[in-house]
Design a protein around this ligand. Structure first.
Ligand SMILES: Cc1cc2nc3c(=O)[nH]c(=O)nc-3n(C[C@H](O)[C@H](O)[C@H](O)COP(=O)(O)OP(=O)(O)OC[C@H]3O[C@@H](n4cnc5c(N)ncnc54)[C@H](O)[C@@H]3O)c2cc1C
Length: 424
């Protein structure tokens, strides 16, 4: 138990919690939750604190799952791994790799907890690969009553509960789909002409298993880098050129830092999925470190037009943004997923730590991208007042999720200001 000020990873917010509990067993966790709920104390689960907004915040009790035993049990027959919610992808991934298995995808960094990532619809990239949430096969929760609930894919509440925003209870364990391990070779292409990219987005995003495009907006008509992660068993070598852009001959940092030591290996050298799907290595600070992030996810059919709109806005974006990253993801049926019901494209912004200016820019981007049905990333900065009235249009199952939240947590123990302002 701790009472000291607790900050998120980026350091841009201090949690308002009176107490942080780190129970060592599920029984202890259930006692903590039940006692707090009985005393009408607000409760939120805490993962690895990588969200940039107050989604994880409460003025009551933060329950970290980091103290639960780190379980990893592979069921080769069912092709799932059962693991603790608080474990980081990097730690799970190295154990899977050791046993000859893999997850289909990872985010840009392996530092984040599984439960925290899936609760916010965290994603990597890949035209045919879903969000990290879409790999969930089962969830084990402790509800506000201190009771355990198990939800399996196909159960009526499952698709609503996975991207659950921490609103239904504390996830203690998950089952994730696994696949046989595979190798990836990463090639970075420099200086893609933006017009060619917009004319044939599929040519870029389909150039590998997982593709990310990075744009600093210093030259609005040039995409600085495209990171193409090809499966090592894909036919033929990586092409020398992509839409006229040449393959880099030295390792690069997506944010343009001169020393890319913290980045995963490139130059077409194959290696295990766990060392190539993220852009950043586990033992190092990912991304810039001192930064803020925002992201809008648009249905794939709107992607080129939405990107063109951002290009038209480059003059106001460029001074605040280190880099924009564009990634793709396959549709899923999870109610609050960024890819709910549609293939989606994420337009992400890694920004300087000037919160008032970035918040104003994000509000502008929210207006700019609203005609493209842009869904804000649940874990990054967005304007709650601007977004709240749009939720029911953006997510066809929004009303069902509100009812699900009410059913799992009738006393509102897991309800915080963030959820309330969204109307949940
Ligand atoms: C450097 C950096 C890079 C990033 N890269 C990506 C990226 O590539 N793709 C992407 O989509 N996002 C990315 N993100 C965002 C990140 O994935 C999300 O913010 C994610 O939610 C972080 O997980 P966490 O464990 O740190 O969550 P936290 O911030 O700790 O919590 C997030 C939410 O999950 C809930 N939660 C946490 N644990 C549990 C639990 N056990 N049970 C129930 N609810 C729980 C919390 O209550 C809260 O609502 C990045 C963030 C950073 C800082």
């Amino acid at each position: 138990m701790a009472t000291v000020e607790q900050r998120n990873w980026a350091g841009n917010l201090a949690y308002g919690a009176e107490r942080v509990a780190t129970p060592a067993s599920v029984d202890e966790l259930a006692d903590e939750v039940r006692t707090a709920a009985d005393a009408s104390t607000g409760i939120r689960a805490l993962g690895t604190r990588h969200c940039f907004n107050r989604i994880a915040d409460t003025d009551g009790l933060l329950v970290s799952t980091a103290g639960l035993p780190a379980e990893v049990a592979i069921d080769a027959e069912r092709r799932v791994v059962r693991t603790s919610g608080g474990i980081r992808y990097g730690d799970l991934g190295s154990q899977l790799q050791h046993a000859g298995w893999a997850l289909a995808n990872l985010a840009s960094l392996p530092h984040i907890s599984i439960a925290g990532a899936i609760a916010t619809g965290t994603h990597g990239s890949g035209d045919r690969v879903g969000t990290l949430s879409s790999a969930v096969a089962a969830l084990e929760l402790v509800t506000a009553a201190g009771e355990r609930a198990v939800l399996r894919r196909g159960d009526p509440d499952f698709a609503g509960a996975v991207v659950g925003l921490g609103a239904l209870g504390v996830i203690t364990h998950v089952e994730l789909d696994i696949v046989p391990t595979f190798d990836i070779a990463q090639t970075v292409y420099e200086r893609l002409p933006m017009d060619a990219v917009l004319a044939d987005l599929d040519a870029v995003t389909g150039a590998g298993y997982s593709v990310s495009m990075f744009h600093s907006w210093r030259e609005p008509d040039v995409v600085d880098q495209a990171w193409v992660k090809r499966r090592a068993d894909a036919p033929g070598p990586a092409p020398e050129e992509l839409l006229g852009a040449r393959a880099a001959v030295r390792k690069l940092d997506p944010l343009g830092a001169p020393d890319p030591e913290h980045c995963t290996e490139q130059l077409g050298v194959p290696g295990p999925w766990i060392d190539r799907l993220p852009h950043f290595k586990l033992g190092f600070t990912p991304s810039k470190g001192e930064e803020l992030q925002a992201e809008f996810l648009v249905p794939r059919r709107h992607a080129a037009a939405a990107l063109d709109a951002v290009r038209g806005h480059a003059a106001s974006v460029a001074p605040l943004v280190y880099v924009t990253e564009v990634r793709t993801m396959a549709a899923d049926d999870l109610w609050l997923s960024p890819a709910a019901g549609t293939d989606a494209v994420g337009i992400h912004f890694t920004c300087r730590q000037d919160q008032p200016a970035v918040e104003a820019m994000v509000r502008d981007l929210g207006e700019l991208l609203a005609p493209f049905d842009a869904r804000p990333h649940w874990g990054k900065l967005f304007d709650l007042a601007q977004s709240a009235p749009r939720m029911a249009d953006l997510y066809p199952r929004w009303g069902d999720f509100a009812a699900l939240r009410e059913r799992y947590d009738p006393s509102g123990a897991f309800r915080n200001d963030f959820l309330a302002r969204l109307g949940l």
